[in-house]
Design a binder for this molecule. Sequence first.
Ligand SMILES: Nc1ncnc2c1ncn2[C@@H]1O[C@H](COP(=O)(O)OP(=O)(O)OP(=O)(O)O)[C@@H](O)[C@H]1O
Ligand SMILES: [Mg+2]
Length: 248
Amino acid sequence: MLTVSNISKSYYNGSQTKKALNGIDLTVGKGEVVGLVGESGCGKSTLARVVMQLESADSGLITFNGKPVTRKSRKSFYQATQLIFQNASAALNPSWTVRKILLEPLRMMKGDRDAHIRHMLERVKLSEIHLHKYPSELSGGERQRVNLLRSLLVEPDLLICDEIISNLDRLIQREIIDLLLELNREMGMSILFIAHDLQAVMYACDRIYVMKDGRVVDESVKTDGVFHFSQSYARQLFDSVLGNRMRE
Ligand SMILES: Nc1ncnc2c1ncn2[C@@H]1O[C@H](COP(=O)(O)OP(=O)(O)OP(=O)(O)O)[C@@H](O)[C@H]1O
Ligand SMILES: [Mg+2]
């Protein structure tokens, strides 16, 4: 469904050139939940922005359902793909009610937009009471669910989640992930799940890519609930999680 082939991207800071992405290859299949992990600064968010055409790559190709995605063709791509960012508070206009926030992505929709919103509210376990609140009157988990719902209203085929569970407590993290998995099962929505939190990624994903310094350095599918990485970097990374888990 989504293919990223040999994507590179550099940033020029004064005299220095920093290769943020260095020949990235990656796919997300229909209905698949794919994880993307790696240490801070390895290029995960840059990749998400390049895929969404918010920034252009220096080289490489992105296709969606077999068609190249370019700045020119991105309009139709956006109907099928949504990106959710890390910080729900910053993403939601503080002077708008939740209802107004949710109506905005539906401005092109014909028919009863409020009815559609009410129907979808249940999916993210919010109620009509929340519609009349402002973002500041919601809890962190509720804000992230509003943020999620805003992206879901257009019923995307692919959802790219960039660190959407950071800054939430464990219980709410789990709630959001379970919600995503439910939507994945019920709507067949594919998910690219970008996160630092290896435990959460292992729980949520069918397949995981590991990035380091702008490259994909490892990949593993989940078999019988377990991931098997072939390279020592990814092994060390994931071994430390298992270690943590045993100490809990
Ligand atoms: N707009 C920009 N201008 C210059 N350098 C940038 C820009 N955006 C990102 N970078 C650099 O590119 C590299 C990759 O950044 P990116 O935000 O993609 O990392 P990340 O993997 O998402 O990190 P984190 O896990 O902390 O979110 C970093 O070295 C960063 O400093
Ligand atoms: Mg990031």
